[in-house]
Design a protein around this ligand. Structure first.
Ligand code: CIR
Length: 263
């Protein structure tokens, strides 16, 4: 029996488009280098394949500079996929663009189509619940519509708060196993992980809180040695991926894939 929250047979990625240099960013720390981004993305896909997963890599979408961050356009659950409604106006169209692919992979695809907004980066699926962080991109009405879709399938939804100044809820946390969360102190201090074991990212390495647990690996950005050592010391098998270019657009490990087992 696969763990519903970190064991998957498939991943869906989207190649970086050349337009990514126009991608959204909170602070301009320089243009991402397209060739280096492609190289890092290739490394990411190869590590996902090493976990035993089938990785489907879609073409980049030039009309959507942020479309490489495919996670924000959909939520893939064990029983259904839900097409999101991104709160960033330039990303809204990414949702429609991913729908036909999901419909080929899943027998049950629903869609957020009310007036609310919700992005996949604000959603952390654990073994027992779906945590959704309200943020600049995700509002109450978007979460309520998601809840109305998934509760009938037996899922629990808990609304939490993405900290001020943090793009997405998962920018500051990730699932490591059934009951363990890697998090920044800032996010954990909000009290949202009281029912979980917590592992803190090392001080000064907050930018690596967004990792993914995918089958046997924890996949994290390279350049965060103290957190790497901490994860290894806690028994995790850790793989590192270059992420400097995606980081210039506020992107991390989870944003670059949708992870799932088709039903
Ligand atoms: C954005 O601002 O939407 C993109 N530049 C970065 C999205 C990162 N996605 C994520 O954290 N799930």
């Amino acid at each position: 029996m696969l763990s519903a929250s970190y064991e998957f047979t498939h991943a869906l990625c989207r190649l970086p488009s050349k337009s990514l240099i126009d991608g959204l960013r909170a602070v301009d720390i320089g243009q991402p280098d397209y060739d280096k981004f492609i190289n890092d993305h290739h490394g990411y896909v190869e590590v996902l394949k090493e976990t035993g997963a089938e990785v489907i890599v879609l073409d980049g979408l030039e009309e959507f500079p942020d479309s490489v961050f495919i996670e924000d356009a959909a939520l893939c659950l064990p029983k259904l996929a839900v097409v999101m409604r991104p709160g960033a106006p330039t990303r809204l169209g990414e949702a429609e663009a991913i729908k036909p692919t999901l419909e080929k992979l899943y027998s049950n695809v629903k869609q957020i189509n009310g007036s609310g907004f919700i992005e996949g980066g604000d959603i952390l699926v654990t073994e027992k619940e779906i945590l959704v962080g309200l943020s600049e991109r995700t509002d109450k009405s978007g979460v309520e519509e998601l809840a109305s879709i998934v509760i009938p399938f037996g899922y629990k939804v808990r609304i939490v708060q993405t900290p001020e100044g943090v793009l997405h809820f998962k920018t500051d946390c990730s699932l490591l196993d059934e009951n363990t969360i890697l998090t920044t102190q800032k996010l954990a201090d909000s009290g949202c992980f009281e029912d979980y074991n917590i592992l803190y990212v090392a001080q000064g390495e907050e930018a690596c809180a967004n990792t993914i647990r995918f089958n046997n690996y924890v996949i994290m950005p390279s350049g965060f040695p103290k957190t790497y050592e901490k994860l290894v010391a806690n028994g995790y098998e850790v793989k590192t991926i270059g992420n400097t270019e995606a980081a210039k657009l506020d992107g991390g490990m989870s944003c670059l894939s949708l992870r799932f087992t088709p039903v």
